[in-house]
Write a protein that binds this ligand. Structure first.
Ligand SMILES: [Zn+2]
Length: 306
C-alpha cells in the first residue's frame, strides 16, 4: 500500500520523501508488555527508515515527566535507574574497543541517570551529561559531569570539542533523526566519533514471531525503526561517515525460546538446560548474520556540513 503524506506520515525528515508503505498494521506496545494501542508503521520509499504513525507517538511532554518513566516501570530513583542500565553499559564500552577513553572529552546524549558515564570511570578528562529530563541533573552535576538538556545547548560552549559522543537507544525517540545526529556532529572535534545504538528491526524474533513480536517491538515511545542501510543513510544525511556498524545481541538463547514457548518476553530468565556455551553460539550466529536485537554505529565527522 503506497500512501501520500498525511498527518500520520508527514515528509521524511531524513530524506524529504513523502512515499510511505505500511509494514505493520498494528496494534503497537504502549508502555510495558501487554499494554497495546492502535498504531501503524510505514517504510520510507526514499531512505528506507520505518516510522510510527504520528497519532500513536508518545507526546514530547511525557519524556520530562515521572509519568513516562512510571509507565515503563522506571522512576527517578537512581538505584532503580542503575539497576536497569548498569548491565547495558558493558555492551557500549565493548563496542568502542580498542579505542580508549583516557584523556578524552566524552559526552553521553540521552544519558538518563548517568550509568554509562559512571562506567567510563576516571579515564576521560571531561564528561558532558546531556538529557532533556532534569530529574537527574542535580545528581549528575554532583558526580562531576556537566549537564545540558540538549546537544544544541552543549554546543554553545563545547562545539568542536568532544572526542567521543555516545548516544545509546535515543535516536528512535526523537522527532528528527537527521537533526539529532547533526546536532551531535557539531560537538565533535576533528577526528571525533559518535558511538550510537538503536534496536535492530531485522531482529530474528521478527521472523520467528512476526505478529506477536511486532506488537512488542513497535511501541509508542519509538517513532523510528532502523536497519543497517537506513541507519547508514541517516548518518550520511547528517554529515557523518559510517566507520562501522556492529550487530550486538544482548540476550541469551533462552529469551528467544521463552518467546517461542510463552509468546512473551522473559528477559534474562534462564531456561534449563540451555547454558552460556549455547548463548555464545546463538549470539555469534545472530551477530554474523545481522539478526541481533541491537545495532551499534561508529560514525565520524564528514568534511562538509550537511
Ligand atoms: Zn526517508
Amino acid at each position: 500500500m503506497i500512501m501520500d503524506s498525511s498527518a500520520d506520515f508527514p515528509n521524511c525528515p531524513i530524506c524529504g520523501s513523502n512515499s510511505w508503505t505500511i509494514v505493520h498494521g498494528g496494534p503497537v506496545r504502549d508502555g510495558a508488555f501487554g499494554s497495546l494501542r492502535a498504531g501503524r508503521v510505514a517504510r520510507c520509499g526514499g531512505c528506507g527508515v520505518d516510522r510510527l504513525a504520528e497519532s500513536a507517538c508518545l507526546p514530547d511532554i511525557a519524556y520530562a515527566t515521572a509519568t513516562y518513566r512510571q509507565s515503563l516501570g522506571q522512576s527517578h530513583d537512581l538505584e532503580s535507574h542503575f539497576g536497569a542500565h548498569d548491565e547495558l553499559a558493558r555492551f557500549t564500552l565493548e563496542t568502542i574497543w580498542p579505542r580508549s577513553l583516557r584523556g578524552r572529552r566524552v559526552a553521553d546524549i540521552g544519558c538518563g541517570g548517568g550509568s554509562l558515564l559512571d562506567h567510563a570511570g576516571k579515564l576521560p578528562d571531561e564528561m558532558l551529561a546531556i538529557d532533556p529530563d532534569p530529574g537527574f541533573a542535580k545528581s549528575l552535576v554532583a558526580r562531576g559531569y556537566k549537564w545540558f538538556p540538549t546537544a544544541a545547548a552543549a554546543a554553545e560552549t563545547h562545539a568542536g570539542l568532544v572526542d567521543i559522543a555516545f548516544s545509546v537507544q535515543v535516536i528512535e525517540h526523537v522527532h528528527d533523526p537527521r537533526k539529532f545526529l547533526s546536532d551531535i556532529r557539531s560537538l565533535l572535534s576533528p577526528g571525533g566519533i559518535v558511538v550510537m545504538s538503536t534496536p535492530n528491526r531485522a531482529d530474528i524474533l521478527g521472523d520467528l514471531l512476526p505478529e506477536e513480536f511486532g506488537r512488542f517491538f513497535f511501541r509508542t515511545q519509538h517513532r523510528w525503526y532502523f536497519d543497517t542501510d537506513s541507519l547508514r543513510r541517516c548518518a550520511e544525511a547528517a554529515g557523518l561517515v559510517t566507520e562501522e556498524i556492529k550487530h550486538v545481541h544482548r540476550y541469551g538463547i533462552a529469551n528467544a525460546m521463552h518467546w517461542l514457548r510463552d509468546r512473551c518476553p522473559r528477559g534474562r530468565t534462564p531456561l534449563h538446560p540451555l547454558d552460556s556455551s549455547l548463548d555464545l553460539l546463538w549470539r555469534s550466529w545472530l551477530e554474523t548474520n545481522g539478526r541481533s536485537d541491537n545495532l551499534y554505529a561508529i560514525l565520524r565527522r564528514g568534511q562538509e556540513q550537511p
